[in-house]
Design a binder for this molecule. Structure first.
Ligand code: AAL
Length: 357
């Protein structure tokens, strides 16, 4: 027994690092899909939704755009700025979740002057009571640094559509930030406002405790960098009806870290995997009330913008709801959708199994 306790040991003891077992620990394996999800020159496919299994067929929805992008500040307000600019929501089907067939557009961009004129992207899907709810983020025209990004919804009674847009948007950034000057610079502010004063992104919708919980990522005007990197956090907005009105939780932000949302239901609560940004990135978290999240595990190699398979067996064990699904590879010229799998054999030391052993 040590005579003195180091700061690291004290911190681990106080935070319970060694009191919890590896129930929430895994390593993620990755594999390319085949068929229409093979990488394609000149096309971006990214941000896959959760995967649904309907009558023996797997479905996913995703952002699709064409051609190269040039970034902000070219002086051409029509130029494509990001891979997710001029994007529409497409969907694909599969019988084995490996080989995918692209079926076509699910939700397109809105008419001139609308809040969703420029781009609709990062879809998520909820199948509840026989209805399908697609939630997604929207950009108006022009797409500039200071543009505010919103969230909207389309509803169908069949995964093949037709999709009917609600009278959106259903969620918008808070209005309490104040830009400094008129230059199109997202970092110059008089007031930063709330954590979501600039962007509401990456929505995911659940039917939870007899209400609709719309989780999202917020970005703040005048975003800062911290010891954990970028200032991106999650919020939740709650409604009695799927189409809203959604009221932001008074507890927002409900995370201090994370990027694209990834959540699943587990034993009457909500589980989440935080990726990419903040001190608590690469952690599994759980909240019995869907709001007050506790760290349950620290992991590595987290899938980005992932859409897990929505298994009916989500209560089997903590990671059943994230056992496998789709993610994307955006660290390449043309973004493409791929598969992930949580390898839970890694809960024991020295196990070196590969993804499909
Ligand atoms: C990701 C996501 C959203 C952003 C962009 C595309 O970081 O959080 O989807 O808008 O990149």
């Amino acid at each position: 027994m040590s005579k003195k306790e180091s700061l690291a040991t004290k911190r681990a003891r106080e935070r319970g690092y060694f009191d919890k077992g590896p129930d929430w620990y895994c390593e993620f394996r990755y594999e390319n899909c085949t068929g229409d999800f093979e990488p394609e020159e000149g096309v971006h496919r990214r941000d896959p939704s959760s995967v649904l299994l309907i009558d023996g067929v797997y479905y996913t929805w995703y952002s699709k755009s064409y051609g190269a992008h040039v970034g902000f500040g070219t002086g051409d307000l029509d130029a494509k700025v990001f891979p997710w600019d001029y994007t529409e929501i497409w969907y694909a089907t599969s019988t084995d979740a490996v080989k995918w067939k692209e079926e076509g557009i699910a939700v397109g961009r809105g008419p001139k002057g609308s809040y969703d004129e420029r781009s609709v992207f990062t879809p998520e899907i909820l199948h509840h009571d026989g209805m399908f709810y697609l939630v997604y983020q929207c950009v108006e025209n022009p797409y500039v640094n200071r543009v505010k990004e919103t969230i909207s919804m389309a509803i169908a009674d069949n995964p093949h559509g037709p999709w009917k847009k609600v009278d959106g948007p259903i969620l918008q950034p808070s209005t309490n930030g104040v830009w400094k000057g008129d230059v199109d610079n997202r970092f110059l502010v008089e007031e930063q406002g709330d954590f979501d004063s600039h962007k509401t992104h990456d929505p995911v919708l659940f039917y939870f405790n007899d209400k609709y919980y719309l989780y999202y990522k917020g970005e703040r005007m005048g975003e800062q960098m911290y010891m954990g990197g970028r200032e991106t956090k999650w919020g939740v907005a709650i409604s009695d009806q799927p189409e809203g009105p959604y009221v932001k939780s008074e507890y927002n932000p409900i995370s201090n870290s994370g990027h694209e949302t990834l959540l699943w239901q587990y034993k009457g609560g909500m589980a989440g995997l935080l990726c990419t940004d903040g001190m608590e990135r690469n952690t599994m978290q759980y909240a019995k009330d869907g709001i007050n999240f506790e760290i349950m595990g620290g992991i590595k190699g987290t899938p980005e913008a992932a859409g897990p398979f929505r298994t009916p067996n989500t209560d089997d064990r903590p990671l059943a709801g994230v056992e496998w699904g789709l993610t994307h590879n955006v660290h390449c010229k043309w973004n493409y959708i791929m598969r992930f799998k949580a390898d839970e054999n890694t809960k024991r030391p020295y196990v070196t199994k590969t993804m499909y052993e």
